[in-house]
Design a binder for this molecule. Structure first.
Ligand SMILES: NC(=O)c1ccc[n+]([C@@H]2O[C@H](COP(=O)([O-])OP(=O)(O)OC[C@H]3O[C@@H](n4cnc5c(N)ncnc54)[C@H](O)[C@@H]3O)[C@@H](O)[C@H]2O)c1
Length: 250
């Protein structure tokens, strides 16, 4: 039996990279999908590729009205939302912390953290009424094993991990499980911001060298972990920050 049969999942930032891989994997396991992205073409393309009735929704996850609209749309279309994946995220240009403009700091925390504030506030009453649910937040190895040059990205992901644990405690009584995924450098369009410079083969090799299993993550590695945490197989797991990092964080 498919592992997410009859579940409804909303995945943010699903127009690209990790979010797309998660949405596609969930749909292949029987879930009905809301593909949320602020890039309407990317969302539409992703939903079409996924098929199986996936719905594309254009929304900026930093805007509370957009967030509420995505949840309303999901409930109208499918009657419920069982799984929320707070995946949309962004990074700032690699460099010393003194050089990061205030506007970049704000953008980092708005997209990576405030989006979770908006989404969890909006989904909590829905999941409580349904008798439970699953929330997955996409963190990063940057949140528990930070490297220099990405100070405020690292800080935002550290906050995502901490928030995940508190929400897990506050929502446990409502049978809402809250976990986080912490991938190492993953082959997506965002990767170049973590590599920095001109993203040369040498810089990529340096990145691979810090991963004990000897390669970067692929979006499918993160999607496989997300599938497990979202499924009933993980019914006793909450507040977990799952490293998907080939041993990097050991
Ligand atoms: N790629 C990596 O190396 C890596 C490693 C660890 C964690 N992550 C995290 O994984 C998540 C996904 O990143 P990715 O690598 O797939 O990046 P990506 O750039 O491929 O995809 C991010 C998607 O989010 C969307 N998005 C960005 N801002 C948005 C907003 N305000 N509203 C709605 N959608 C928005 C983008 O349009 C894009 O489709 C992020 O949270 C990122 O921090 C990535």
């Amino acid at each position: 039996m498919p592992r997410l049969q009859d579940k409804v999942a909303l995945v943010t930032g699903a127009g690209s990279g990790i979010g797309f891989a998660i949405a596609e994997r969930f749909a292949a396991e029987g879930a009905r999908l809301l593909v949320v992205d602020w890039n309407p073409e990317a969302a539409a393309r992703a939903a079409e590729t996924i098929g199986r009735g996936a719905i594309a929704v254009q929304a900026d996850v930093t805007q509370v009205a957009d967030v509420q609209r995505t949840i309303d749309q999901g409930r109208e279309a499918f009657g419920r939302i069982d799984i929320l994946v707070n995946n949309a995220g962004t990074s700032h240009e690699k460099g010393p912390f003194e050089g990061v403009p205030e506007a970049e700091f704000d953008r980092m925390f708005d997209v990576n953290l405030k989006s979770i504030f908006h989404y969890c506030a909006a989904i909590s009453p829905v999941m409580r009424k349904q008798g439970g649910g699953v929330i997955l937040n996409v963190g990063s190895t940057a949140g528990n094993r930070p490297r220099p040059g990405l100070a405020y990205y690292n800080a935002s992901k550290g906050a995502v991990h901490n928030l995940t644990k508190t929400l897990a405690l506050e929502l446990a009584g409502a049978r809402i499980r809250v976990n986080a995924l912490a991938p190492v450098a993953t082959e997506t369009p965002l990767l170049k911001t973590f590599i920095g410079g001109d993203d040369t083969p040498e810089l990529r090799a340096q990145m691979r060298a810090i991963v004990p299993l000897g390669r970067l993550a692929q979006p499918r590695d993160v999607a496989n972990a997300a599938l497990f945490l979202a499924s009933d197989e993980a019914e006793f797991l909450t507040g977990v920050i799952l490293d998907i990092d080939g041993g990097r964080s050991i």
